[in-house]
Design a protein around this ligand. Structure first.
Ligand code: HEC
Ligand code: HEC
Length: 392
């Protein structure tokens, strides 16, 4: 993002004192940031080319091509449905080889389509449309970019066909509902939400999200393990990873949007424009993103926003280590099972690279976040985390 700067000396109005100019300059800056963020979130910056203008053109052209290919595939399939002797269609794939999902704008005008659209709204604006179950500043689409469509950003069209599936995390077969329940528990930190828990089982939030995923995935093979699924983790560098090097990567490439303390940024109406990377408003210690390998995969392919692929593998690992070396909301399994951080570490955090339970900068990571609860987090519901703090 290019910042235009306001030179206060060009303003000759004698009635304006310096503090007032500073105030005006900050308001202007805030507006610029908000407008810039609006442009980003409108998806004009397609994570493909370097120059913003060419990028937008190419992005549009690619989107048109994809839409045409998808339409051609639907026509072929219709033909095959009507006549099994016709050639069965292959996969609807883009020039890049990745699956082309159905476009939400084409969802049918019936009850199923309504559910798809509601699912889309929940996924992209979880803060508003599932607010009772969100205990941080996140939306699903913050980590599943392009409203869950972008390959390499754990796209939902690739996930939709993979469940039920066995997961090592909880050692049982998981349905898609279980999976979503887990995302609310950890990535959305439901323990500090107004209701204190993920959406009730079998409820509309699950149904609508699954309609949305299912619709996008139309034509994907069952158990396809399609290319672009998940976050492909770049090989761990020979040198391992370093918080110190990661700090430099962060300051040069990330702080401009996510804030120098990883706190993210809101617009003047309190809506999040850049999500928090650590602290109160971020994912908790049980979320997949707290793992350095998983975060390195996400960051390598998707960050800095609009410039995915620009960091080296080493930089991606280092900065993933850095953002995950700060305190964040407690692991809900620690509270649930009444464990110490050390016990939780041993039970749940041993097999992946992460800093849970380690001492970094003299602080034991995993024991919650210092500081007062915010207004959105009623102390009774935020109790787990705050009682942790009390015992620090
Ligand atoms: C903080 C980032 C973050 C947020 C926010 C988030 N997720 Fe995820 N999601 C992840 C990560 C990381 C994984 C992969 C986890 C792993 O590798 O274990 C994942 C995986 C998934 C999967 C499985 C993907 C697959 O291919 O198997 C689904 C489905 C999913 N998320 C849905 C959601 C939904 C629905 C929401 C919102 C309620 C959400 N996520 C919010 C980070 C996030
Ligand atoms: C131009 C602004 C911008 C820059 C620079 C940027 N990000 Fe992001 N980042 C975003 C936005 C916006 C999102 C949410 C995307 C969405 O909702 O579509 C995001 C999402 C994320 C997420 C997942 C959500 C969360 O809060 O945990 C992580 C992790 C992340 N960025 C890390 C980084 C890292 C590391 C860097 C530097 C290498 C970086 N970002 C640079 C704008 C930026």
């Amino acid at each position: 993002m290019s910042h235009s700067e306001q030179d206060p000396n060009t303003n000759r109005d004698p009635g304006r004192t310096t503090p007032r100019r500073i105030l005006i300059a900050s308001v202007v800056a805030a507006v610029l940031v908000a407008v810039g963020a609006g442009i980003y979130s409108a998806g004009i910056f397609n994570p493909i080319a370097q120059s913003p203008d060419r990028e937008a053109d190419r992005g549009e052209q690619i989107a048109r091509q994809d839409a045409e290919r998808r339409q051609a595939w639907l026509a072929e399939r219709k033909e095959y449905t009507a006549d099994p002797k016709a050639t069965p269609p292959g996969l609807p794939v883009a020039e890049t080889g990745y699956f082309i999902p159905n476009d939400i704008a084409d969802a049918p005008d019936n009850q199923f389509g309504d559910s798809v659209r509601r699912g889309y709204e929940i996924f992209t604006n979880t803060q508003t449309n599932a607010s009772q179950h969100v205990g941080n500043g996140m939306n699903c689409a913050n980590c599943h970019l392009g409203a869950g469509t972008v390959p390499g950003s754990a796209p939902m069209w690739a996930a939709a066909v993979e469940y039920p599936a066995y997961r090592g995390k909880n050692k049982i077969i998981n349905t898609m509902e279980d999976r979503i329940h887990g995302c609310f528990t950890y990535s959305m930190n439901a323990q500090n939400s107004p209701s204190g828990s993920p959406p009730p089982r079998d409820g509309d939030i699950y149904k609508d999200l699954q309609s949305f995923f299912f619709y996008m995935a139309e034509g994907a093979p069952l158990e396809g393990n399609l290319p672009g699924r998940g976050y492909t983790v770049p090989p761990k560098p020979e040198d391992g990873y370093s918080i110190t090097r990661g700090e430099t990567v962060f300051e040069n490439n990330c702080a401009v949007c996510h804030g120098t303390d990883g706190e993210g940024r809101r617009d003047p109406n309190g809506r999040w424009i850049f999500p928090a990377l650590w602290g109160d408003d971020s994912y908790n210690w049980g979320a997949g993103m707290h793992r350095i390998n998983t975060a390195a995969g996400f960051i390598k392919h998707n960050m800095p926003l609009g410039q995915g692929g620009s960091l080296t593998d080493q930089q991606a690992w280092d900065v993933a280590a850095y953002i995950n070396s700060w305190e964040r909301p407690a692991d809900p399994r620690q509270i649930r099972d009444g464990l110490t951080v050390a016990e939780t570490d041993e039970r749940f955090h041993e097999h992946t690279p992460n800093f849970y339970g380690d001492e970094v900068r003299g602080d034991l990571l995993g024991d919650g976040i210092p500081g007062e609860p915010t207004a959105q987090q009623p102390p009774s519901i935020g109790a787990p985390r705050h009682s942790q703090q009390a015992s620090r």
